[in-house]
Design a binder for this molecule. Structure first.
Ligand SMILES: [Cu+2]
Length: 394
């Protein structure tokens, strides 16, 4: 409300000022002032120097941004095998843009100053010059072609991996829905069971076809665990709208499109614990925690609970604006050592989707049954619900 009032006051002040200048102009009628609308030499000289002023302004802004925000982009220390390739592309493109923009801005503003309007002066110009046009067309064309070809080469290297060569590759499904992620692991057979949005019912919220033999050992997790040094093939699905699976530390992003399965794969190279030890990461975390400490002090002064200190974790984020809570659509990624990953699998793989469906059906039936019968029919109930569960999914 205060902001709105301030805005109204600012607009009214602007209108008042405008009216005042008009009144001022009216009072000058008849006086010998230069009120011509055509710029004279003096006006052009002022504008010429202002051009230089603006050049200094954009250079200083660039330097200031580099000094204060230069540490924020995720360059270097990628956590996947293909990461350095993406970083190289990014660095080369940024350096090229930076050099070109520094030179062209200087030239643009210098010539604007040099050929500012002056009585009797005419700028040097070429009505037609094939040589000049050839030069300024061919140089950008070659540079862009090299950049695009390099980009295509990198993309092909990253995307078209012969997954059959990677016999140990792990297949994991990432399922997107407004506004959360769920991971489905393929279990011991390493083949994901078929799934379809039409099978979604109750706890089977990924629509897994429970009659598919490959689906029997599939299990889900709300935390993505992957092992270091092994190729992970992600199969991406979406339940509702377009989402985009974005794993910035692994330089990975792929759209999740309703009605189709998209793929992306990479080899993680740094475990979560190793990334936490990285000097740059330690500095970033310390910076976040110092901001949090300041906020916490304010909160405590107001009698509210303090914020928890931040510890680094890899994240899977959504990078398509998919609705009101898009900003918070994320899942924690844990890169384990192969041993830790095996232990995690052992602990979680018995929690299959088939079992979850059966348990939920059994619970529903037990709740519906009269209280006196519930106790002694537990075994019978679970046998019955197998039939119910299968029948429901057909
Ligand atoms: Cu989303």
């Amino acid at each position: 409300m205060t902001t709105l009032l301030v805005l109204i006051v600012v607009v009214l002040l602007a209108v008042a000022l405008w009216q005042l200048t008009k009144i001022f102009d009216l009072t000058q009628v008849g006086a010998s002032v230069n009120d011509t609308q055509v710029a004279n030499d003096n006006d052009n000289k002022v504008n010429g120097y202002l051009m230089f002023g603006f050049l200094v302004f954009i250079y200083l802004t660039t330097i200031w941004c580099l000094v204060y925000y230069g540490k924020f982009p995720l360059i270097g220390d990628s956590a996947s095998a293909h990461g350095p390739e993406i970083d190289n592309l990014m660095v080369i493109t940024m350096v090229l843009i930076f050099i070109v923009q520094t030179i062209t801005q200087a030239l643009l503003h210098y010539f604007a100053f040099k050929y500012r309007g002056r009585q009797g002066q005419q700028a040097l110009y070429f009505a037609d010059s094939n040589k000049l046009e050839f030069i300024w067309s061919i140089i950008p064309a070659i540079v862009l072609a090299v950049l695009i070809l390099y980009g295509l080469y990198a993309w092909t290297n990253i995307m078209f991996v012969d997954e059959k060569d990677d016999k140990d590759a792990i297949v994991i499904e990432l399922y997107a829905q407004q506004f959360k992620w769920e991971a489905r692991y393929s279990g011991a057979d390493d083949v994901l069971g078929k799934a379809n949005v039409r099978y979604i019912e109750g706890v089977n919220n990924l629509g897994v076809d429970l009659s598919d033999p490959n689906a029997q050992d599939d299990f889900t997790s709300t935390e993505l665990h992957i092992p270091k040094g092994t190729r992970v093939i992600f199969k991406l699905r979406s339940q509702d709208v377009l989402h985009s699976a974005y794993m910035p530390h692994f330089r990975a992003q792929m759209n999740c499109v309703p009605g189709m399965v998209t793929n992306f794969s990479f080899i993680p190279t740094l475990t979560t614990a190793e990334m936490r030890e990285n000097p740059d990461m330690i500095e970033k975390v310390a910076n976040i925690n110092s901001i949090r400490a300041k906020k916490s002090a304010d909160l405590v002064a107001k009698g509210e609970p303090a914020l928890d200190p931040y510890t680094f974790d890899y994240l899977l984020l959504c990078n398509k604006i998919c609705g009101a809570s898009h900003y918070n659509m994320q899942m924690k990624i844990v890169v384990d050592t192969p041993e830790e990953y095996k232990a995690w699998l052992k602990e979680n793989s018995p929690k299959t989707i088939v079992l979850a469906v059966k348990t939920a059906a059994a619970e529903a039936k037990a709740a519906a049954a009269p209280a006196s019968e519930t106790k002694d029919t537990t075994t019978v109930t679970s046998n019955d619900t197998t039939v119910v569960a299968n029948a429901e999914t057909k």
